[in-house]
Design a protein around this ligand. Structure first.
Ligand code: KIV
Length: 275
């Protein structure tokens, strides 16, 4: 793995991302590890150390069990190789929904210990005050409205949002309040197309869609989903690869070679010096 890239590349910042409103769509993906962050960095404007790491890497059933310590370890790994893209780190469930002072202490810890440039919170009316509190104290915040994975135990399942009028109005109000509190961008997840467009028109910071609309100011996907690492992916994911197939073919070939004593071969072993 090459880690020799020069430090001359200027990393994108929260104001750079905010300034992309209505411009060339913002390319975002999740990253949880150093080698993946290195691969994604040249192609992405923003990498999210998402709390989806709990499900994707640690095999949890949802993101509720993700801890601050898990986020810090993955954030540190990503920051070791990400050089150009802005890196945002998710605040995990239970780390920001209470008193703003506690949210601040946790957000500051995430940023100091990882070097990530901003935090993301699943924003609703109850955390708008916290968004404002964090930003006024120097922590850039990205919001997340619509389907909020951390609310899965209340919702009962990961369900698309905004089908009924009162829900649509509540999500629009969440997005507006989050933007007005100073968020530099807002993720809009799992909502009907029309609502995502309405939010994009209604707020003056970029919307980043996931299962939302091509009309958003940018798009994000879980990297492992778009690379085809799972046998099931949600409807909104487009698979750009078949890593699951690739890995299982490679591992089957390796297992076969070992069992048939074809591996290691002469090129893969060390020989003693003559004499
Ligand atoms: O945790 C995550 O990966 C996310 C994105 C899917 C937006 O929040």
């Amino acid at each position: 793995m090459s880690s020799q890239r020069q430090e001359t590349v200027r990393r994108l910042t929260a104001p750079d991302i905010a300034a992309r409103k209505g411009g060339v769509p913002i390319v975002c993906l999740t990253a949880y590890t150093a080698p993946m962050a290195e691969l994604l960095d040249d192609h992405c404007d923003l990498m999210l150390v998402g709390d989806s790491v709990g499900m994707v890497v640690h095999g949890l059933p949802n993101t509720v069990g993700v801890t601050l310590e898990m986020m810090i370890l993955h954030g540190q790994a990503v920051m070791r190789t990400a050089k150009k893209a802005m890196v945002v780190i998710d605040m995990p469930f239970g780390s920001y929904e209470g008193a703003p002072e506690i949210a601040y202490a946790n957000a500051a810890r995430l940023m100091k210990e990882t070097g990530a440039q901003a935090v993301k919170v699943e924003a609703g009316a109850t955390v708008v005050h916290t968004v404002d509190y964090l930003i006024k104290r120097g922590i850039p915040v990205m919001g997340h409205v619509g389907l909020r994975p951390q609310a899965v135990l209340v919702d009962g399942a990961f369900k698309a949002k905004g089908k009924a009028r009162d829900e649509r109005e509540a999500i629009l109000a969440d997005a507006k309040a989050t933007a007005e509190a100073g968020a530099f961008a807002v993720v809009v997840e799992g909502v009907a197309e029309g609502l995502a467009r309405e939010i994009t028109q209604a707020i003056d910071v970029p919307t980043i869609g996931i299962g939302a609309s091509a009309g958003c100011d940018g798009q994000i996907l879980v990297t492992d989903d778009m690379l085809g690492l799972f046998d099931w992916t949600p409807k909104f994911v487009r698979r750009y690869g078949d890593l699951r197939g690739e890995i299982s073919r490679a591992v089957a070939n390796y297992a076969d070679d070992v069992r048939q004593r074809r591996f290691p071969g002469p090129a893969e072993i060390y020989f003693a010096k003559a004499g």
